[in-house]
Design a protein around this ligand. Sequence first.
Ligand SMILES: *Cc1c(COP(=O)(O)O)cnc(C)c1O
Length: 488
Amino acid sequence: MRSHLLNDLTAEQYRSSVTEGVERVAAKLATTDRPFTGVTVDTLAPRIASIDLDRPLGDTGAALDELEDVYLRDAVYFHHPRYLAHLNCPVVIPAVLGEAVLSAVNSSLDTWDQSAGATLIERRLIDWTAARIGLGGNADGVFTSGGTQSNLQALLLAREEAEPGRAGREQGASLSRLRVFASEAGHFSVQKSAKLLGLGQDAVVPIPVGHDKRMQTVALAHELERCRGDGLIPMAVVATAGTTDFGSIDPLPEIAELCTQYGAWLHVDAAYGCGLLASLKYRDRIDGIERADSVTVDYHKSFFQPVSSSAVLVRDGSTLRHATFHAEYLNPRRMVTERIPNQVDKSLQTTRRFDALKLWMTLRVMGADGIGALFDEVCDLAAEGWRLLAADPRFDVVVEPALSTLVFRHIPAAVTDPAEIDRANLYARKALFASGDAVVADTKVGGRHYLKFTLLNPETTTDDIAAVLDLIAGHAGQYLGEPLDRAS
Ligand SMILES: *Cc1c(COP(=O)(O)O)cnc(C)c1O
């Protein structure tokens, strides 16, 4: 069994074993003709349940054969041009290479003595990202597992910085007075964070969005004023730069102005829109982001990085101290004076992956312009898709995309009952998923069911979009034409 440990004696086995795995995936990529096989839970569950985990196969090839059966054959493939559902990107090869290296070397980014070099590489990328945002000379940040954790950490800092926090807030009593403002199209991790941070049930105040799905600043101003009038504390405003559902970008400069006026921390959730930081054409769409106190970026959404790769950036690096705890066995206080860089001092995590290496390899091989050009392509594709949808009487499309998302629904010519239209659209999505021909998402707009394309694959063409729209109309038509099916 020692032969399975990765070390000097097994370097050759490491090479052949990983190569064997890479070969299988490469073969899969080369032959995958649909994003999904349409496999059901009922088919797959018994296959996985029947495997006796206490009887190892003892052989890489056999385990890979089995993996084909339980995973690879029926996985959902994001690289396929007709995978159009969620915020999953196809990944760039330099990042996958980085992934292979980082898991083999297995650095842990909590302390310098577990990650020499890696810590500095992560710091360079934090500085690079902060500079792209324009956060100024005192900026800092840390890589996280994803936007959810980035938002949680940002709101933790905001909570600690909120008046009267600095003057020794009475926990509990004053926590219930803190308010966080986010648009109704903001991400649910804001509510989750508020709960984890011990804020009151009503802590997150939803701000309405306009037809363009951007936060209405008049409404925000009104709520901030009311908050102040009620003797409550505006802890933070979360502006979303790329809503998950629509890709809409809140009006950042106006929101920043209001934050200054009311003394609220400005957090910009750019989990999705961060790709614009590398854009060659559309960077101005997130102008104002430089005024944030903190920013969430998900490289694993719009920088074409494998999951996970995310970061939280802050304007004032000293605020990261709110996440600092010292342990004698790990990062004793004296190390700070010895200027030993321990990233755990800035992170909610302890043991932490060297995810930064993926972005590093990406920048060193392709450069930021390479990433930006890919993201620009999907934004352009979405604009094309919008024109297709707007001109097609079979569909109602919600909002012109600021990023790469299209939300629309099929409106069958002969049907006027909105509930029936809902059912036809839901049926179409399910039928499409079951066919595996394409994968799309669904969501609700104004209480009605809509379908959604999240376009993150530059290989997707307008022909793909047109073809999938035809498939959707076809499935919906089938549903409407076959009343007996409706019970299912
Ligand atoms: C995806 C997303 C998140 C959550 O990020 P994860 O990486 O999935 O944890 C937060 N905010 C927005 C706007 C998102 O789109």
